[in-house]
Design a protein. Structure first.
Lengths: 208, 208
DNA sequence: TGTACATCAGTGAACGCGCGTTCACTGATGTAC
DNA sequence: TGTACATCAGTGAACGCGCGTTCACTGATGTAC
């Protein structure tokens, strides 16, 4: 397992990938503001300079982490959609996936919230954040539209709005849970999600 | 209009009140992190030391601002509840009030989100924030419970959970809007709110 | 296959600065007699 | 009503420090011939 000779390009791509993994991890552990580039670089096995050689600054590193996160989410959603047989089954599977992802990485949503607040206040960053985020929501909307077609279901609002509405709920839950993770009862979670899904889809089959 | 002689106690209370007003304003303008105690003190007509003479630190000042904000909200909600004749009317009036408050001070919710993220990461602050916030939600729950009794309506979940659910929606909307205020269509807003309210109350009158 | 020079990813140390916090001080209010 | 001392809200200046960012450098890869 001796380090093979690599071209510059390969090495740099490797470094970038290492920094993304380490960045994600340290951001999750410490939060955006408290994570230091020193710690991230060290966790990846480099020094701070490597970060600046691969990303414009700390903000850009985070946006890249976010981009990678969303890419993997989209892939997961696509997979779930292909597996589900009925719309109800698929929606339930998506809900389950989201709940599991949150349980697996409970700090992700608070981290996103912290970064959103930061990005909203810093003009150029705000734009690049918006681009990545809207790209994600549009990709989710595509999945939702595909699902509708496959299952012959119509929606009361556009797929993009459904994606956004889902995000609204998720982020709202997260905001509320930040103070105390146990504060949202499972009953409340279920009621809200159900109300939300019934409200936005014509599940009864009426296509008016 | 010569400054009247005041006791120390009166003067101090006045200073504190001035700082709260100025703090609220500067926090709204700049956000929590970017607001400086210098600017707040100056806006209030004092120097930084006055802040430290009235509050433990920057965090405590914000919590005090928050506390005052919630107190005035509760008062408003109580007023609305007393005026409404039917439950539908009252719920609509509350929705309108919340929308108007958000339009009047669009930076309040982002500010709260920024501070929540901050507080979540700082142990002792987190507790005092939680105390203030839970106190608010409980007061809202009281209003909701009173409303139910007055109008003879039952809820599918506890009043406290309704208060929390409402807060979840509000904060979710706000999180989503931070990137771009125009991104949530009125239609989506209405659909979600309706789904939410129908989901949590037994409006048809069934008390089962 | 070898030599000489160019490139550039990553290093390591230094910089800089914004601002929250501290602290000795002051002058007006409060208290005792 | 007056005097002497105590208190303490608010002042103003200095401190401190964490960390993002910069930059001259190096040594391995790339390129030309």
């Amino acid at each position: 397992m001796v380090a093979t000779r690599q071209t510059r390009e390969e090495r740099k791509a490797r470094t970038r990938a290492d920094l993304l993994v380490a960045g994600r991890q340290v951001f999750l552990e410490r939060g955006f503001h408290r994570a230091t580039l020193d710690e991230i670089a060290e966790a990846a096995g480099y020094t701070k300079g490597a970060v600046y050689s691969n990303f414009a600054d700390k903000d850009a590193l985070f946006v890249a982490v976010l981009d990678a996160h969303y890419a993997s989410r989209i892939e997961a959603y696509r997979g779930i959609m292909l597996e589900g047989e009925t719309i109800e089954q698929t929606l339930r599977a998506v809900s389950r996936f989201m709940a599991e992802a949150d349980a697996r990485e409970p700090r992700w949503l608070p981290l996103l919230s912290e970064f959103t607040a930061h990005a909203a206040r810093h003009e150029p960053l705000r734009d690049s954040y918006k681009r990545v985020r809207e790209g994600f929501l549009e990709a989710v909307a595509d999945v939702i539209a595909d699902l509708g077609e496959r299952q012959g279901v119509t929606y009361r609002v556009t797929p993009l709005e459904i994606a956004r509405a889902s995000s609204i709920l998720v982020r709202g839950f997260s905001a509320e849970r930040q103070v105390d993770p146990d504060i949202i009862s499972p009953a409340l979670f279920e009621e809200l999600n159900t109300a939300f899904m019934l409200g936005l889809t014509n599940l009864e089959g009426s296509t008016t």
